[in-house]
Design a protein around this ligand. Structure first.
Ligand code: SF4
Length: 314
């Protein structure tokens, strides 16, 4: 490559907010608009993005990890990742004004987990330890038939004999390359008939496909997303698996000219929890660094929208 070569920016489509995140953020916005004078609590971060959370916190929203932290009579919003039955029950017992912003696809996962357990199956959940979606999904299952989290192939191989036929579910934001070795290990442990009953969601699939296409063209792909955003981390892994360097950035200010000096084909995308204003700011910043020629790389056109939850707080 020579210094005279034109710098090109490839933009992955789709990128940024998915329908579940859009809906969850819109719920908080609607509650703020209608009830901004009341104390508003959100259980966990509404979505895993530092920018979104800081902005809402600045407008008076409190993010909590325990129902006990909510004041009596307060509004409590469940985040897009969902909560376990114990959390919902405690909020009801406290008589809090609950608004459920759980992504409908996570709610569907919860229902699936409960149905499998009711049918006598033993739910094995492939996912990341401590992630709110995992905690909330495991929290759907009865004490007499608890689910088991399976983070990796080693954990799958070490599982004890189970009382029910295993049924495998996965966190909505994983990538297939991470899931397959765990599934293979489960098949070796429990038999070839073990199947995954769900897969990652449409938004995860589309963003990962777009990153895979960027990776074919680019020397480096920048992924906008917070360090604890599962789906953003997975986008990095997808790029790296395709032999493209990847860098996760929380804000556009983390992009430095020095690291791009020798980069002429740059990819840019954003995780499902990264807001559009960060993406637009990154494009402007990169233009200032010479990446004025842009091209979109489209994996899918998304038209998914989830209707807002109905709620009345009067
Ligand atoms: S990534 Fe998928 S499951 Fe998670 S909030 Fe978005 S649409 Fe829902």
């Amino acid at each position: 490559m020579t210094g005279a070569e034109e710098k090109r920016l490839f933009i992955g489509i789709p990128h940024g907010f998915c329908a579940g995140v859009r809906r969850a953020v819109a719920v908080v916005e609607a509650v703020l608009a209608a009830h901004g004078r009341r104390k508003i609590f959100v259980f966990n971060e509404i979505v895993h993005n530092n920018h979104v959370v800081a902005e809402l916190r600045g407008r008076g929203v409190s993010f909590i990890k325990s129902v006990n932290e909510a004041e009596d009579g307060a509004i409590l919003i469940f985040s897009a990742h969902g909560v376990g039955l114990d959390v919902a029950a405690e909020a009801a017992r406290r008589d809090l004004k609950v608004i459920d912003a759980t992504c409908p696809l996570v709610t569907a996962l919860h229902e699936q987990a409960r149905q499998l357990a009711a049918a006598g199956r033993r739910v094995l959940l492939i996912g990341k330890p401590g992630h709110p979606e995992i905690i909330g999904t495991l929290g759907q299952l009865p004490a007499e038939r608890p689910g088991i989290m399976v983070p990796d192939a080693a954990a799958a191989a070490a599982l004890p004999d189970l009382s029910g036929i295993p049924a495998v579910l996965t966190q909505t934001t994983l990538n297939n390359a991470a899931i397959e070795p765990v599934l293979d290990a489960l098949k070796r442990r429990f038999g070839a008939e073990v199947r995954i009953a769900n897969r990652h969601c449409y938004a995860t699939e589309n963003r990962q496909n777009a990153v895979g296409m960027l990776a074919q063209k680019c020397e480096l792909t920048l992924i906008i997303g917070s360090p604890h955003s599962s789906n953003s981390i997975e986008l990095c892994k997808v790029a790296e698996t395709a032999d493209c360097r990847a860098k996760l950035i929380d804000t556009p200010e983390e992009i430095t000219e020095a690291e791009l000096t020798a980069v002429f084909r740059l990819g840019l995308t954003a995780g499902a929890s990264a807001p559009p204003e960060l993406f637009d700011a990154a494009v402007r910043r990169l233009a200032g660094m010479g990446f004025t020629r842009t091209e979109t790389i489209t994996a899918a056109e998304e038209r998914v929208n989830f209707p807002p939850p109905e709620f009345s707080l009067d």
